[in-house]
Design a protein around this ligand. Sequence first.
Ligand code: SAM
Length: 269
Amino acid sequence: MHNNQYEQQYKQKVIDFFNSRTSYDNDYTIRRTLPLLELVKLKKGQKVLDIATGTGIIAISVAQIVGSEGKVIGVDFSSGMLKQAQQKIDELGLQNIELIAADAEYIDFDDESFDVIICSTAIVYFTDIPAALRKWYSFLKKGGIVGFSSCSQESCEAPLIIKVCDKHGISLTNINEPTGTPQKCQNLLREAGFKDIQVQSEQFGFYRSVEKAQEWNGGWFHPRENPLLQVSAEQMQELQIEYRQQIEAMATEQGVWYENLTIFTIGRK
Ligand SMILES: C[S@@+](CC[C@H](N)C(=O)[O-])C[C@H]1O[C@@H](n2cnc3c(N)ncnc32)[C@H](O)[C@@H]1O
């Protein structure tokens, strides 16, 4: 059950955002999933849960690795993302993937149901990350592997948006903060009971044109608070003007750097 009105509104915004991404897969979204897949070292016949599966980029690769003796369950609450996943599954004729449309924070499975649980660049959207990790711990068989990836605190223009808002007296909390450093990711898995924890990071940043980088529509996600929902249209316009100016000042000959350091964390039950 959703426990408050803010959480429902916030989650609806996340769903709307991902439903609007009607052609999600590209070189960048595919490349940044691969290290997690390599780290968890899957075997034929395994049963795998892909939390917040999106368009199934990881789930489909996993299904091909675990084979017909294995099984993958992909959970996501964006019908638009799941539609893209289902289309790819049908095209490939894969029989060992099941997609479930649900809020992954509230879904339950029997204890010790899975060999591997994966969550690629989605855990930050959860309202209670430690509680989610504890649940995944129970869903895993003894010796099972959990793996998640997350962006560093400096990634995805968040620090610039925070800086611009701060200058206007608006204090924002970075959604990437709880899983934004290797140490924090390691601590979260340790506190949930996992052992043999490994963390690695990889830079997936790239240069964008100034015009593209300036396209901030005032959007901001945070699972517990979003002061930008209360600002007037005039104030939002001021924030966007300032944001565009800051972006312009960051421009180099190659364009504007989009930072995306991704952290990959795995642990064993
Ligand atoms: C950045 S995409 C990542 C998708 C996929 N894991 C990948 O790596 O390509 C984040 C996904 O998380 C999903 N998501 C976020 N919060 C969720 C929740 N509470 N329950 C289910 N899905 C969620 C979104 O709908 C979206 O598909």
